[in-house]
Design a protein around this ligand. Structure first.
Ligand SMILES: Nc1nc2c(ncn2[C@@H]2O[C@H](COP(=O)(O)OP(=O)(O)OP(=O)(O)O)[C@@H](O)[C@H]2O)c(=O)[nH]1
Ligand SMILES: [Mg+2]
Length: 388
Protein backbone atom coordinates (compact mmCIF):
# COMPACT_ATOMS: atom_id res chain seq x y z
CA UNK A 1 0.00 0.00 0.00
CA UNK A 2 1.37 3.36 -0.96
CA UNK A 3 1.85 5.88 1.76
CA UNK A 4 -0.36 8.87 1.01
CA UNK A 5 1.29 12.25 0.97
CA UNK A 6 -0.66 15.39 0.71
CA UNK A 7 -0.27 18.86 -0.60
CA UNK A 8 0.60 21.36 2.02
CA UNK A 9 -2.24 23.72 2.80
CA UNK A 10 -0.63 26.47 4.75
CA UNK A 11 -3.13 28.59 6.58
CA UNK A 12 -2.47 32.28 6.86
CA UNK A 13 -0.14 32.94 9.63
CA UNK A 14 1.32 36.00 11.22
CA UNK A 15 4.53 35.48 13.07
CA UNK A 16 4.13 38.57 15.08
CA UNK A 17 0.80 37.45 16.45
CA UNK A 18 2.43 34.16 17.41
CA UNK A 19 5.02 36.02 19.37
CA UNK A 20 2.30 38.05 21.00
CA UNK A 21 0.43 34.92 21.82
CA UNK A 22 3.54 33.35 23.24
CA UNK A 23 4.14 36.47 25.25
CA UNK A 24 0.64 36.27 26.64
CA UNK A 25 1.07 32.71 27.68
CA UNK A 26 4.40 33.76 29.11
CA UNK A 27 2.55 35.85 31.61
CA UNK A 28 0.97 32.70 32.87
CA UNK A 29 4.24 30.78 32.93
CA UNK A 30 6.64 33.45 34.08
CA UNK A 31 9.80 31.45 33.57
CA UNK A 32 9.45 31.33 29.87
CA UNK A 33 12.12 33.91 29.27
CA UNK A 34 14.50 30.95 29.23
CA UNK A 35 16.66 31.77 26.40
CA UNK A 36 17.32 28.35 25.24
CA UNK A 37 15.20 29.62 22.39
CA UNK A 38 18.09 31.33 20.76
CA UNK A 39 18.43 29.86 17.29
CA UNK A 40 22.19 30.03 17.38
CA UNK A 41 22.33 27.44 20.10
CA UNK A 42 19.91 25.13 18.47
CA UNK A 43 22.09 22.44 17.05
CA UNK A 44 25.29 23.14 18.82
CA UNK A 45 27.35 20.20 19.95
CA UNK A 46 24.83 17.46 19.74
CA UNK A 47 25.15 14.81 22.34
CA UNK A 48 25.37 11.56 20.48
CA UNK A 49 25.62 9.25 23.45
CA UNK A 50 23.12 6.52 23.84
CA UNK A 51 20.38 7.36 26.26
CA UNK A 52 21.21 6.48 29.81
CA UNK A 53 18.41 4.78 31.68
CA UNK A 54 16.98 7.05 34.30
CA UNK A 55 14.01 7.10 36.53
CA UNK A 56 10.99 8.75 34.94
CA UNK A 57 10.56 12.13 36.47
CA UNK A 58 7.41 13.49 38.02
CA UNK A 59 5.96 16.53 36.36
CA UNK A 60 7.33 19.61 37.96
CA UNK A 61 5.58 22.17 35.86
CA UNK A 62 2.47 22.75 33.90
CA UNK A 63 2.42 22.57 30.12
CA UNK A 64 1.02 25.40 28.11
CA UNK A 65 -1.79 26.51 30.26
CA UNK A 66 -3.91 27.53 27.34
CA UNK A 67 -4.31 23.93 26.28
CA UNK A 68 -6.41 21.67 28.36
CA UNK A 69 -5.00 18.20 28.54
CA UNK A 70 -6.29 15.50 30.79
CA UNK A 71 -4.17 14.86 33.86
CA UNK A 72 -2.49 11.52 33.64
CA UNK A 73 0.24 9.50 35.20
CA UNK A 74 3.60 10.27 33.75
CA UNK A 75 4.66 6.84 32.65
CA UNK A 76 4.24 6.46 28.92
CA UNK A 77 2.31 3.35 28.03
CA UNK A 78 4.02 0.28 26.67
CA UNK A 79 3.07 -0.11 23.04
CA UNK A 80 0.21 -2.58 22.81
CA UNK A 81 1.30 -6.11 21.95
CA UNK A 82 1.22 -7.10 18.31
CA UNK A 83 -2.11 -8.51 17.14
CA UNK A 84 -2.86 -12.15 16.47
CA UNK A 85 -3.25 -12.94 12.81
CA UNK A 86 -6.99 -13.51 13.12
CA UNK A 87 -7.44 -10.23 14.96
CA UNK A 88 -5.91 -8.28 12.13
CA UNK A 89 -8.82 -8.31 9.66
CA UNK A 90 -9.03 -6.24 6.48
CA UNK A 91 -8.55 -2.53 6.21
CA UNK A 92 -12.26 -1.72 5.98
CA UNK A 93 -13.17 -4.24 8.67
CA UNK A 94 -10.74 -2.59 11.07
CA UNK A 95 -12.26 0.78 10.27
CA UNK A 96 -15.77 -0.55 10.82
CA UNK A 97 -14.80 -2.21 14.08
CA UNK A 98 -13.08 0.95 15.22
CA UNK A 99 -16.11 3.10 14.51
CA UNK A 100 -18.61 0.75 16.14
CA UNK A 101 -19.47 3.01 19.08
CA UNK A 102 -20.20 5.98 16.86
CA UNK A 103 -22.09 3.78 14.41
CA UNK A 104 -24.36 2.62 17.18
CA UNK A 105 -25.41 6.20 17.85
CA UNK A 106 -25.99 6.95 14.19
CA UNK A 107 -27.77 3.75 13.22
CA UNK A 108 -29.39 1.86 16.11
CA UNK A 109 -30.43 5.07 17.77
CA UNK A 110 -31.92 6.41 14.53
CA UNK A 111 -33.88 3.19 14.16
CA UNK A 112 -35.24 3.80 17.63
CA UNK A 113 -36.35 7.32 16.69
CA UNK A 114 -38.83 5.75 14.31
CA UNK A 115 -40.37 3.40 16.84
CA UNK A 116 -44.13 3.76 16.44
CA UNK A 117 -43.77 6.38 13.69
CA UNK A 118 -43.68 6.37 9.92
CA UNK A 119 -43.02 10.04 9.20
CA UNK A 120 -40.41 12.49 10.33
CA UNK A 121 -41.90 15.04 12.73
CA UNK A 122 -40.52 17.90 14.81
CA UNK A 123 -40.03 15.77 17.88
CA UNK A 124 -38.02 13.29 15.88
CA UNK A 125 -35.85 16.04 14.43
CA UNK A 126 -35.20 17.37 17.90
CA UNK A 127 -34.15 13.91 19.06
CA UNK A 128 -31.97 13.54 16.01
CA UNK A 129 -30.33 16.87 16.79
CA UNK A 130 -29.45 15.51 20.22
CA UNK A 131 -28.03 12.34 18.71
CA UNK A 132 -25.79 14.23 16.34
CA UNK A 133 -24.55 16.48 19.11
CA UNK A 134 -23.85 13.38 21.25
CA UNK A 135 -21.75 12.07 18.38
CA UNK A 136 -19.83 15.38 18.56
CA UNK A 137 -20.65 16.63 15.12
CA UNK A 138 -20.79 20.08 16.67
CA UNK A 139 -23.73 22.34 17.43
CA UNK A 140 -23.68 24.56 14.37
CA UNK A 141 -23.04 21.73 11.92
CA UNK A 142 -25.79 19.69 13.54
CA UNK A 143 -28.25 22.55 13.27
CA UNK A 144 -27.40 23.02 9.60
CA UNK A 145 -27.84 19.32 8.90
CA UNK A 146 -31.15 19.14 10.73
CA UNK A 147 -32.44 22.20 8.89
CA UNK A 148 -31.70 20.56 5.56
CA UNK A 149 -33.34 17.34 6.74
CA UNK A 150 -36.43 19.25 7.79
CA UNK A 151 -36.87 20.43 4.20
CA UNK A 152 -36.54 16.89 2.96
CA UNK A 153 -38.79 15.44 5.69
CA UNK A 154 -41.86 14.84 3.47
CA UNK A 155 -39.76 12.53 1.30
CA UNK A 156 -38.46 10.47 4.24
CA UNK A 157 -40.56 7.43 4.95
CA UNK A 158 -38.50 5.37 7.34
CA UNK A 159 -35.22 5.02 9.16
CA UNK A 160 -33.39 3.70 6.10
CA UNK A 161 -34.36 6.79 4.10
CA UNK A 162 -33.29 9.03 6.92
CA UNK A 163 -29.93 7.28 7.22
CA UNK A 164 -29.33 7.55 3.47
CA UNK A 165 -30.04 11.28 3.48
CA UNK A 166 -27.94 11.82 6.59
CA UNK A 167 -25.14 9.86 4.99
CA UNK A 168 -25.27 12.16 1.95
CA UNK A 169 -25.18 15.22 4.16
CA UNK A 170 -22.18 13.94 6.09
CA UNK A 171 -20.43 12.86 2.90
CA UNK A 172 -20.84 16.38 1.51
CA UNK A 173 -19.31 17.88 4.65
CA UNK A 174 -16.38 15.46 4.66
CA UNK A 175 -15.48 16.06 1.07
CA UNK A 176 -14.94 19.77 1.50
CA UNK A 177 -11.20 19.70 1.80
CA UNK A 178 -10.11 16.61 0.01
CA UNK A 179 -6.61 17.22 -1.17
CA UNK A 180 -4.62 15.55 -3.89
CA UNK A 181 -2.06 13.05 -2.83
CA UNK A 182 1.50 13.41 -4.00
CA UNK A 183 4.81 11.73 -3.78
CA UNK A 184 7.31 13.31 -1.42
CA UNK A 185 9.55 15.77 -3.28
CA UNK A 186 12.42 15.80 -0.82
CA UNK A 187 14.68 13.08 0.44
CA UNK A 188 14.44 12.72 3.30
CA UNK A 189 10.86 13.85 3.67
CA UNK A 190 10.61 15.20 7.21
CA UNK A 191 7.43 15.05 9.28
CA UNK A 192 7.29 16.69 12.67
CA UNK A 193 4.60 15.23 14.90
CA UNK A 194 3.10 17.45 17.59
CA UNK A 195 0.18 17.57 20.01
CA UNK A 196 -0.67 17.68 23.71
CA UNK A 197 0.35 14.86 26.01
CA UNK A 198 -1.29 11.51 25.64
CA UNK A 199 -3.04 12.11 22.31
CA UNK A 200 -1.10 9.34 20.56
CA UNK A 201 1.90 11.04 18.92
CA UNK A 202 4.40 8.28 19.65
CA UNK A 203 1.97 5.53 18.69
CA UNK A 204 1.08 7.34 15.47
CA UNK A 205 4.76 7.64 14.61
CA UNK A 206 5.21 3.91 15.12
CA UNK A 207 2.26 3.22 12.86
CA UNK A 208 3.42 5.71 10.22
CA UNK A 209 6.90 4.20 10.25
CA UNK A 210 5.44 0.73 9.69
CA UNK A 211 3.27 2.01 6.82
CA UNK A 212 6.22 3.70 5.15
CA UNK A 213 8.38 0.59 5.56
CA UNK A 214 5.64 -1.52 4.02
CA UNK A 215 5.64 0.91 1.09
CA UNK A 216 9.37 0.29 0.63
CA UNK A 217 10.69 3.42 2.30
CA UNK A 218 13.65 3.68 4.63
CA UNK A 219 12.63 5.40 7.84
CA UNK A 220 14.41 7.18 10.65
CA UNK A 221 12.67 8.23 13.85
CA UNK A 222 13.85 11.14 15.99
CA UNK A 223 13.32 10.90 19.75
CA UNK A 224 12.85 14.63 20.26
CA UNK A 225 10.56 14.07 23.24
CA UNK A 226 13.40 14.09 25.71
CA UNK A 227 11.08 14.73 28.65
CA UNK A 228 11.49 11.27 30.18
CA UNK A 229 13.75 8.30 29.55
CA UNK A 230 10.63 6.15 29.47
CA UNK A 231 9.29 8.15 26.52
CA UNK A 232 12.50 7.45 24.61
CA UNK A 233 12.16 3.76 25.52
CA UNK A 234 8.58 3.67 24.28
CA UNK A 235 9.65 5.14 20.95
CA UNK A 236 12.54 2.69 20.69
CA UNK A 237 10.12 -0.23 20.98
CA UNK A 238 8.05 1.21 18.15
CA UNK A 239 11.15 1.81 16.02
CA UNK A 240 12.20 -1.78 16.51
CA UNK A 241 8.76 -3.06 15.70
CA UNK A 242 8.59 -0.98 12.52
CA UNK A 243 12.20 -1.83 11.64
CA UNK A 244 13.16 1.85 11.54
CA UNK A 245 16.36 3.57 12.69
CA UNK A 246 16.12 5.80 15.72
CA UNK A 247 18.27 8.75 16.80
CA UNK A 248 18.11 9.44 20.52
CA UNK A 249 20.03 11.48 23.03
CA UNK A 250 19.96 11.47 26.79
CA UNK A 251 16.86 12.27 28.76
CA UNK A 252 16.45 16.02 29.18
CA UNK A 253 18.78 16.85 26.32
CA UNK A 254 17.89 19.55 23.81
CA UNK A 255 15.07 18.27 21.56
CA UNK A 256 16.13 20.62 18.78
CA UNK A 257 19.58 19.03 18.75
CA UNK A 258 18.03 15.56 18.51
CA UNK A 259 15.94 16.70 15.56
CA UNK A 260 18.95 18.28 13.87
CA UNK A 261 21.06 15.15 14.31
CA UNK A 262 18.26 13.00 13.00
CA UNK A 263 18.04 14.89 9.75
CA UNK A 264 21.82 14.83 9.47
CA UNK A 265 21.85 11.06 10.02
CA UNK A 266 18.99 10.56 7.57
CA UNK A 267 20.88 12.52 4.90
CA UNK A 268 24.03 10.51 5.54
CA UNK A 269 22.19 7.19 5.48
CA UNK A 270 20.01 7.98 2.47
CA UNK A 271 16.74 7.64 4.37
CA UNK A 272 13.45 8.48 2.70
CA UNK A 273 11.48 9.58 5.71
CA UNK A 274 12.20 11.20 9.07
CA UNK A 275 9.49 11.19 11.75
CA UNK A 276 10.12 13.53 14.67
CA UNK A 277 8.44 12.72 17.99
CA UNK A 278 7.97 15.69 20.30
CA UNK A 279 6.86 16.27 23.87
CA UNK A 280 3.29 17.14 24.76
CA UNK A 281 4.40 18.79 27.94
CA UNK A 282 7.72 20.00 29.17
CA UNK A 283 9.93 19.41 32.15
CA UNK A 284 11.15 23.00 32.09
CA UNK A 285 8.92 25.99 31.96
CA UNK A 286 9.78 26.73 28.40
CA UNK A 287 6.63 27.44 26.48
CA UNK A 288 5.71 24.34 24.51
CA UNK A 289 5.08 26.28 21.32
CA UNK A 290 8.45 27.99 21.63
CA UNK A 291 10.17 24.66 21.97
CA UNK A 292 8.35 23.26 18.96
CA UNK A 293 9.27 26.32 16.90
CA UNK A 294 12.87 25.87 17.93
CA UNK A 295 12.84 22.25 16.77
CA UNK A 296 11.38 23.39 13.48
CA UNK A 297 14.06 26.03 12.96
CA UNK A 298 16.75 23.55 13.83
CA UNK A 299 15.50 21.06 11.26
CA UNK A 300 15.28 23.69 8.54
CA UNK A 301 18.84 24.73 9.25
CA UNK A 302 20.03 21.26 8.40
CA UNK A 303 17.69 20.79 5.46
CA UNK A 304 16.11 23.78 3.77
CA UNK A 305 12.36 23.34 3.38
CA UNK A 306 12.13 20.83 6.22
CA UNK A 307 10.02 19.89 8.06
CA UNK A 308 7.91 19.27 4.99
CA UNK A 309 4.92 18.43 7.12
CA UNK A 310 3.82 19.37 10.61
CA UNK A 311 1.29 16.79 11.68
CA UNK A 312 -0.93 17.63 14.64
CA UNK A 313 -2.25 14.62 16.52
CA UNK A 314 -5.67 14.97 18.16
CA UNK A 315 -7.51 12.55 20.41
CA UNK A 316 -11.09 11.93 19.23
CA UNK A 317 -12.24 11.07 22.74
CA UNK A 318 -11.65 14.68 23.79
CA UNK A 319 -14.42 15.75 21.41
CA UNK A 320 -14.74 19.48 20.86
CA UNK A 321 -11.60 20.15 22.88
CA UNK A 322 -9.66 18.67 19.97
CA UNK A 323 -10.94 21.54 17.86
CA UNK A 324 -9.62 24.16 20.26
CA UNK A 325 -6.26 22.41 20.37
CA UNK A 326 -6.10 22.46 16.59
CA UNK A 327 -6.78 26.19 16.53
CA UNK A 328 -4.13 26.98 19.15
CA UNK A 329 -1.44 24.81 17.61
CA UNK A 330 -2.20 26.12 14.17
CA UNK A 331 -1.74 29.72 15.27
CA UNK A 332 1.77 28.91 16.41
CA UNK A 333 2.94 26.09 14.21
CA UNK A 334 1.53 26.23 10.69
CA UNK A 335 -0.02 22.77 10.81
CA UNK A 336 -0.08 20.99 7.44
CA UNK A 337 -2.28 18.06 8.43
CA UNK A 338 -4.09 16.27 11.22
CA UNK A 339 -4.13 12.76 12.60
CA UNK A 340 -7.16 11.90 14.71
CA UNK A 341 -6.58 8.98 17.08
CA UNK A 342 -8.73 6.77 19.30
CA UNK A 343 -11.81 6.78 17.10
CA UNK A 344 -12.26 3.20 18.28
CA UNK A 345 -12.66 4.25 21.89
CA UNK A 346 -15.43 6.74 21.43
CA UNK A 347 -18.99 7.36 20.31
CA UNK A 348 -17.84 10.85 19.39
CA UNK A 349 -16.68 9.92 15.89
CA UNK A 350 -18.74 12.83 14.58
CA UNK A 351 -15.76 14.97 15.58
CA UNK A 352 -14.37 14.01 12.17
CA UNK A 353 -17.24 15.93 10.59
CA UNK A 354 -16.70 18.89 12.92
CA UNK A 355 -12.98 18.94 12.11
CA UNK A 356 -13.29 18.66 8.36
CA UNK A 357 -16.11 21.17 8.15
CA UNK A 358 -14.76 23.80 10.51
CA UNK A 359 -10.97 23.71 10.20
CA UNK A 360 -9.05 24.57 7.12
CA UNK A 361 -6.54 21.81 7.77
CA UNK A 362 -6.75 18.47 6.00
CA UNK A 363 -7.35 15.35 8.03
CA UNK A 364 -4.68 12.92 6.82
CA UNK A 365 -4.92 9.97 9.14
CA UNK A 366 -7.30 8.34 11.55
CA UNK A 367 -6.36 5.96 14.35
CA UNK A 368 -8.80 3.15 15.01
CA UNK A 369 -6.91 1.07 17.55
CA UNK A 370 -3.63 0.51 19.32
CA UNK A 371 -2.08 -1.93 16.87
CA UNK A 372 0.51 -1.06 14.30
CA UNK A 373 -2.04 -1.49 11.46
CA UNK A 374 -4.64 0.68 13.11
CA UNK A 375 -3.73 3.91 11.37
CA UNK A 376 -5.45 4.61 8.09
CA UNK A 377 -5.23 7.37 5.54
CA UNK A 378 -8.48 9.26 5.95
CA UNK A 379 -10.82 8.44 3.10
CA UNK A 380 -14.16 10.30 3.37
CA UNK A 381 -16.07 7.76 1.27
CA UNK A 382 -14.90 4.77 3.25
CA UNK A 383 -15.37 6.63 6.48
CA UNK A 384 -19.04 7.33 5.75
CA UNK A 385 -19.59 3.78 4.58
CA UNK A 386 -18.09 2.47 7.81
CA UNK A 387 -20.19 4.86 9.86
CA UNK A 388 -23.60 3.57 8.72
N1 LIG B 1 -7.64 2.85 21.33
C1 LIG B 1 -6.68 3.58 20.80
N2 LIG B 1 -5.64 3.94 21.57
C2 LIG B 1 -4.66 4.68 21.01
C3 LIG B 1 -4.70 5.12 19.65
N3 LIG B 1 -3.59 5.85 19.42
C4 LIG B 1 -2.89 5.87 20.57
N4 LIG B 1 -3.52 5.18 21.54
C5 LIG B 1 -3.13 4.95 22.94
O1 LIG B 1 -3.05 6.20 23.60
C6 LIG B 1 -2.07 6.16 24.62
C7 LIG B 1 -1.13 7.35 24.49
O2 LIG B 1 -0.41 7.23 23.29
P1 LIG B 1 1.04 7.85 23.08
O3 LIG B 1 1.42 7.52 21.67
O4 LIG B 1 1.95 7.47 24.15
O5 LIG B 1 0.69 9.40 23.20
P2 LIG B 1 1.69 10.64 23.13
O6 LIG B 1 0.95 11.74 22.47
O7 LIG B 1 2.97 10.23 22.53
O8 LIG B 1 1.86 10.98 24.68
P3 LIG B 1 3.03 11.86 25.39
O9 LIG B 1 4.32 11.36 24.85
O10 LIG B 1 2.83 11.59 26.84
O11 LIG B 1 2.76 13.28 25.04
C8 LIG B 1 -1.39 4.80 24.47
O12 LIG B 1 -1.93 3.92 25.40
C9 LIG B 1 -1.75 4.37 23.06
O13 LIG B 1 -1.76 2.96 22.91
C10 LIG B 1 -5.84 4.74 18.86
O14 LIG B 1 -6.00 5.08 17.69
N5 LIG B 1 -6.78 3.98 19.50
MG1 LIG C 1 4.89 10.33 23.25
Amino acid sequence: MALGWFKKKAPDEDDRSNEEQAAQSGEETPDREIDALDTAQTAAEPDMQADAPAEPEQASSSPDQEIEAPPEDMTPPEPAPEPDAEQAGGFFKRLKNGLSKTRKVLTTDIDELFTGKVKVDDEMLEDLEELLITADIGVQTTMDIVERLRKKAPRISGPEDLKEILKDEIRALLNIDVEESREPAAKPHVIMVIGVNGVGKTTTIGKLAAKAKAAGQEVLIAAADTFRAAAIEQLSIWAERADADIVKHKENSDPAAVAYDSVEAALARGKDLVLIDTAGRLHTKVNLMEELKKIKRSVSKKLAGAPHETLLVLDATTGQNALSQAKLFNEAMDITGLALTKLDGTAKGGIVVAITSSLNIPLHYIGVGEQIDDLQAFDPEKFVDALF
